[in-house]
Design a protein around this ligand. Structure first.
Ligand SMILES: NC(=O)c1ccc[n+]([C@@H]2O[C@H](COP(=O)([O-])OP(=O)(O)OC[C@H]3O[C@@H](n4cnc5c(N)ncnc54)[C@H](OP(=O)(O)O)[C@@H]3O)[C@@H](O)[C@H]2O)c1
Length: 212
């Protein structure tokens, strides 16, 4: 049976998943980094996240660690936009945290880039649907994660191709930046609550997506 197509992101309470890109933001890059750390503060102490990124031994092993691990384990292939890839290309270690094929939706033509640990980046030039077809094929029975960023997630939402998503709602306000649902086709998308899990740090909200 084919898997689901989902995304899972951390979002500020006012609806942003990232600060504005460099050059557009008012603040400098250190301020943007501080905002990013606040947004993602729930994930850094988690043991699975730390081990996967080789950040060091130990870490928390509660429900949030299970959420990180379950999200990783259900994912058989990732899809991402070129801006997320560009940022990650500078930041990810030699062994990136995906350990699956990753399909990068882009206008740029580039040969596949094989990294350690089972992550190969494939650059797809003919749009979101062919990228998803390739990801489904690669994922087999497992799910396809639309990893980000905002523009790419929105394209999949508006095309009716997302089955489910989870938001880690962080207690931080951005005021400006990349708003997750900016430009959503609200007339098309209906949401069905699946789960809400509050923790000390964030609230994990899961929704199934239905067509109106
Ligand atoms: N909060 C979270 O959990 C989370 C998770 C993931 C990412 N993020 C953040 O999201 C930000 C990036 O998001 P973003 O919205 O700026 O960009 P994005 O979705 O990562 O990438 C957009 C780019 O992908 C390419 N692209 C997208 N759709 C395409 C199509 N149909 N055909 C061809 N190319 C296509 C285009 O690049 P080219 O034209 O150059 O090829 C486009 O400019 C980063 O700041 C990242 O940190 C946050």
């Amino acid at each position: 049976m084919a898997g689901k197509v989902f995304f899972s992101v951390s979002m500020s309470l006012d609806g942003f998943i990232a600060s504005a890109p460099a050059g557009i933001a008012d603040g400098h890059s250190l301020a943007r980094m501080a905002q990013w750390m606040e947004l993602q503060q729930w994930i850094f102490p988690q043991r699975f996240f730390r081990e996967n990124l080789k950040l060091g031994e130990g870490g928390e092993e509660g429900r949030e660690n299970d959420i990180v691990r379950e999200t990783f384990e259900r994912t058989g292939a990732n899809v991402m936009g070129k801006r997320m890839f560009d940022l990650g290309e500078q930041a990810w270690p030699e062994e990136p945290p995906f350990h699956t094929p990753v399909f990068v939706v882009t206008h740029e033509k580039r040969d596949p880039w094989e990294r350690l640990g089972g992550t190969t980046f494939h650059f797809v030039n003919d749009g979101i649907e062919p990228a998803l077809d390739q990801a489904r094929e690669a994922a087999g029975d497992r799910d396809v994660r639309i990893a980000g960023g905002g523009q790419t997630i929105l394209e999949y939402v508006n095309a009716g191709l997302i089955d489910e998503f989870t938001i880690a709602l962080s207690p931080v306000l951005f005021g400006s930046g990349i708003r997750l649902f900016e430009g959503v086709d609200a007339g098309r998308v209906a949401l069905e609550p699946v789960r809400a899990e509050p923790t000390q740090r964030v609230t994990h909200l899961t929704y199934a997506v239905r067509e109106r």
